[in-house]
Design a binder for this molecule. Sequence first.
Ligand SMILES: Nc1ncnc2c1ncn2[C@@H]1O[C@H](COP(=O)(O)OP(=O)(O)OP(=O)(O)O)[C@@H](O)[C@H]1O
Ligand SMILES: [Mg+2]
Length: 238
Amino acid sequence: MLPVVLRQVSRTYHLDDVEVPALRAVTLDVRPQRFTVISGPSGSGKTTLLNLVGCIDRPDSGEILVAGEPVQQLDDDALSDLRARRIGFVFQSFNLLPVLTAAENVEYPLQLLGHGAARRRERVRELLDAVGLPAHGGHRPGQLSGGQRQRVAIARALAAAPLLVLADEPTANLDSATGAAIIALMRRLQREQGVSFVFCSHDPQLQAEADDTVHLHDGRITHITRADERPEGRRAAQ
Ligand SMILES: Nc1ncnc2c1ncn2[C@@H]1O[C@H](COP(=O)(O)OP(=O)(O)OP(=O)(O)O)[C@@H](O)[C@H]1O
Ligand SMILES: [Mg+2]
């Protein structure tokens, strides 16, 4: 099953009297268990597209299906429930809650979903181990490095075992060695946890790792490159 499908999706922002068409009739299949990178110049609509894929925003027209379910008829509560169960987010500025420890930040989405304390603790331990921070659960974000914060954000995004993890420029604030380590970590977790990742990114390191690259220009998809359809078959699909 495709994690997300967009059919003829358009989104126009209204700023005072000016209409800003940010996405124009975008059609896209997000494939399962892949790295999909949305690339394009500044202002081409990457973040707008990511927000629609993540059901943070609604389109003006067109259809969006998450796990085969059309989302347009869902009310705001049903949509936020869908997000909590199905979609993890890694924000560029990390967005960890500063007063909570790393472990509490990872636990938070599980609390919102009403999971019991024992199950939450086990999942938090498993994820902090998976992102290489078994001893940092008690640190607050201010007591972690940028790369460590990003790891905690990734652990939090995976906490609820989502179908899809979305990240807007996840390596932009990191030096290239830390960025490479974060990309390798996300690739490993993508394989181990069977999730799909969708990124907006200008980072050549992340673009080189993409399975599918969606090229956006002026609110339209100009083309989609799929690594497993290249003649040399750079990476076999899993
Ligand atoms: N909330 C908003 N209100 C009005 N216009 C907006 C809003 N958000 C984005 N836009 C406009 O929509 C277009 C697409 O913006 P978007 O943020 O999706 O671009 P982007 O490709 O993510 O750019 P960047 O690489 O700079 O992050 C731009 O012209 C932008 O000015
Ligand atoms: Mg953007």
